[in-house]
Design a protein around this ligand. Structure first.
Ligand SMILES: *Cc1c(COP(=O)(O)O)cnc(C)c1O
Length: 421
């Protein structure tokens, strides 16, 4: 099936007389006839439903759909994108381990990696995505367990060279984890380019309507965990009566371990109702992504030719540094544009305050056009150094182009420029 069809049909196929739409199974638990049956479900917890912290039919339908769209063997939904980032790393790193990440990633992930994981004894080694292969190779330590990057970085909008980093990771026997939030599987399938694990904040384009937060981790099933680097996957798990994930679950070892250990212990699972809403968003993802790209391309061209704009970043523009990589990895560059206003922070904020239709909100990838000022809002916890490393200037505006008629989007943007002239 093609993506548009998967968006509608993957994950749920009703049988005779069953509901057409994925039902909301609003139940925390599942009933069995005998105690022995409950006991046997505990022995093989992925075979049947026990308790909705582990699995829920509505959530499972969405997980299967996303795994299918990304081309993975399995997926696990979480209650937020942050939870997905956290668990994707904790599933491989223990205290005393390290991992490598590029600096151009989402600000919340920077905080998680720099501060919170550090408190847990896990070190993030930052690398510049443009550093040479030799320099990046030097960053690996014997305790390094994974490499992390974002397909289209939020908010820097740089394009990540997935194949290059996959090769660097694999040369060092560790997997590559990609945050594919901005591209979504409609615009990029990182697994096709060698990524091993893909994560998302489903709060963004996948939900698309700004109605619920969520995250997901997808396992490609491609990584061979047997290098000796990953005893958590290849040695008995004491906390699950000695199960060896690679032996029992084969290609799905990583994602089953994430569920059986980390979801069990952290409990960051989505509500069935949230999964239902996410599924509605996913049903139109293919159509929406194409339209976001189309609208944003027109807005990007307009901003590029506006003399009040100092610079613009949108990988769809031919002179953008991400253009070549974008052509290789992306079927479109999403609806998110960032640009730097001449006159810096104050002018940027004035322009944003002059918009009539586009909303000023801490969100991105909404169905409605919205704007955000990273330096004073989402990224205000970062130091100046971290801001620069994340590619953020004081006059930078992140514009998330929505699905309104392009004439109305342009009219709003133009009248805001007229006001601040
Ligand atoms: C928003 C975002 C996150 C965090 O997701 P939440 O759902 O807000 O927790 C992670 N990565 C990227 C790229 C994001 O845009």
């Amino acid at each position: 099936m093609k993506d548009a069809t998967k968006c509608l049909h993957s994950g749920y196929t009703p049988k005779n007389s069953e509901p057409r739409v994925v039902p909301i199974v609003q139940s925390t638990t599942y009933v069995y006839d005998t105690t022995a049956e409950v006991a046997s479900v505990f022995d093989e917890p992925t075979k049947s439903l026990i308790y909705s912290r582990f699995a829920n039919p509505t959530v499972m339908a969405v997980e299967e759909k996303i795994a299918d769209l990304e081309g993975g063997v399995g997926a696990m939904c979480t209650s937020s994108g942050q939870a997905a980032s956290l668990l994707s790393v904790l599933n491989l790193c223990d205290a005393g381990d390290s991992f490598i990440s590029t600096t151009e990633i989402y600000g919340g992930t920077v905080n998680l990696f720099s501060f919170t994981l550090k408190k847990l004894g896990i070190e993030c080694i930052w690398v510049d995505k443009d550093a040479s292969d030799e320099e990046i190779a030097k960053a690996f330590k014997p305790n390094t367990k994974l490499v992390f990057g974002e397909t289209i970085a939020n908010p820097a909008l740089t394009v990540f060279d997935i194949e290059r980093f996959a090769k660097l990771a694999h040369d060092h026997n560790v997997p590559l984890i990609i945050d594919n939030t901005f591209a979504t599987p409609v615009l990029c399938k990182p697994i096709d380019f060698g990524a091993d694990i893909v994560i998302h904040s489903t709060t963004k384009y996948m939900d698309g309507h700004a109605v619920q937060g969520g995250g997901v981790i997808v396992d490609s099933g491609n990584f061979d965990w047997h290098s000796g680097n990953f005893p958590g996957l290849t040695k008995p798990d004491e906390s699950y009566h000695g199960i060896v994930y690679t032996e029992t679950y084969g290609k799905a070892a990583y994602i089953v371990k994430a569920r059986m250990q980390l979801m069990r212990d952290f409990g960051v699972y989505p509500a069935a109702h949230s999964a239902f809403l996410l599924n509605l968003g996913l049903e139109t993802l293919d159509v929406r992504m194409k339209k976001y790209c189309e609208n944003a391309m027109i807005v990007a061209e307009y901003l590029k030719n506006n003399d009040m704009v100092e610079s613009i970043t949108y990988p769809g523009l031919e002179d953008d540094p991400g253009y070549e990589l974008g052509k290789k990895y992306l079927k479109g560059c999403s609806g998110v544009i960032s640009f730097v206003m001449k006159g810096g922070k104050e002018k940027a904020m004035n322009w944003m305050d002059s918009l009539k239709m586009a909303s000023n909100e801490v969100h991105v990838a909404d169905i409605r056009t919205c704007v955000l000022h990273p330096a004073s809002e989402t990224h205000r916890q970062l130091t100046d150094e971290q801001l620069i490393a994340a590619g953020i200037e004081p006059g930078m505006i992140r514009l998330s182009v929505g699905l309104e008629d392009i004439d109305d989007i342009l009219a709003d943007i133009k009248q805001a420029f007229d006001k601040i002239k």
